[in-house]
Design a protein around this ligand. Structure first.
Ligand code: B12
Length: 224
């Protein structure tokens, strides 16, 4: 008798197979599993959050408890990053909007995988994206906005102690670009920190890819 593995993200066998491959840096196996999920009509957002994010959170918990080495954690996150770069065909949208978003992490923030997912979801929704990645210095961000004139900025922070950098960035943007919407998210807000966002009239908090998708589907692009 043959058993069929149901390729859904909530299937624990699927998740555990992925986790095991990720922690061993087996990109090929990770790619096969995520590929099968996407072929079985699972959405990219579902794969991102319920497979890759879930696995990386588990990696973080194991690292925090001293159960895995820093090297294993680095291998898992590097494997996840290279995997995410494979999904381009699932991201390109036929429905291109005129709007551009500048996406990156606040100063001193090196966790860039979550914001790469965010960038991909903007792109999937038709936006032009400029992905700046980890730790963008405030002055650099301001001068890049000045050159490229985006319609929105999206910033990520995972570390609570980076909130003062966010505040500094939002202060600079309030002064130089008072009409520019700035979306903010990330794990730093798990236990508070929203008061920093609330001080800035143009800043909007979004929790995850589902709420981002909802926000984008109700967003009125310029000229439309
Ligand atoms: C990989 C990793 C690293 C890598 C990052 C590599 C890379 N290329 O990104 C490296 C080695 C650099 C690193 C360093 C550190 N790390 Co680290 N790291 C992790 C780990 C294991 C995974 C991070 C990740 O990618 N998660 C998966 C992504 C998809 O999840 P996410 O970021 O939450 O993003 C989702 C949402 O939050 C949301 N989102 C995120 N941003 C935004 C933005 C917008 C606009 C929107 C709408 C949504 C949104 O969308 C995403 C999809 O749902 C986490 C564990 C964890 N719990 O995440 C620890 C973790 C974040 N790290 C931690 C720590 C302590 C550190 C260090 C301080 C360790 C040290 N002593 O040096 C340094 C700090 C470096 C710095 N200054 O930034 C702690 C943070 C604890 C805390 N509460 O502050 C964690 C939680 C580990 C742990 N359990 O203790 N780390």
């Amino acid at each position: 008798m043959t058993t069929t593995l149901h390729f859904k993200t909530h299937n624990n066998l699927v998740y555990e197979g992925f986790f095991d491959a990720l922690i061993h840096g087996d990109r090929k196996k990770c790619s096969e599993i995520t590929g099968k999920l996407l072929d079985n009509d699972v959405t990219l957002e579902d794969v991102y959050e319920n497979i890759i994010r879930r696995a990386l959170y588990e990696v973080g918990d194991l690292w925090e408890r001293g159960k895995i080495s820093v090297a294993s954690e680095h291998l898992a996150s590097a494997t996840a990053e290279s995997l995410i770069n494979e999904f381009y065909s699932h991201i390109v949208s036929g429905n291109k909007l005129p709007d551009t978003v500048l996406v990156g992490c606040v100063e001193n923030e090196y966790h860039q995988i979550g914001i790469k997912m965010v960038s991909d979801i903007f792109e999937k929704n038709g936006w032009n994206t400029h992905f700046l990645g980890a730790s963008t210095p405030t002055l650099e961000l301001v001068s890049f906005i000045d050159q490229t004139r985006p319609d929105m900025v999206a910033l990520s922070l995972s570390l609570y102690f980076n909130l003062p950098y966010l505040d500094k960035m939002l202060n600079a943007l309030d002064v130089d670009f008072p009409d520019l919407p700035v979306m903010v998210g990330g794990q730093a807000f798990r236990h508070g920190g929203k008061e920093v966002i609330e001080k800035h009239p143009n800043a909007i908090f979004q929790k995850d890819l589902k709420s981002l998708n909802f926000f984008l589907s109700n967003y009125k692009a310029k000229g439309l």
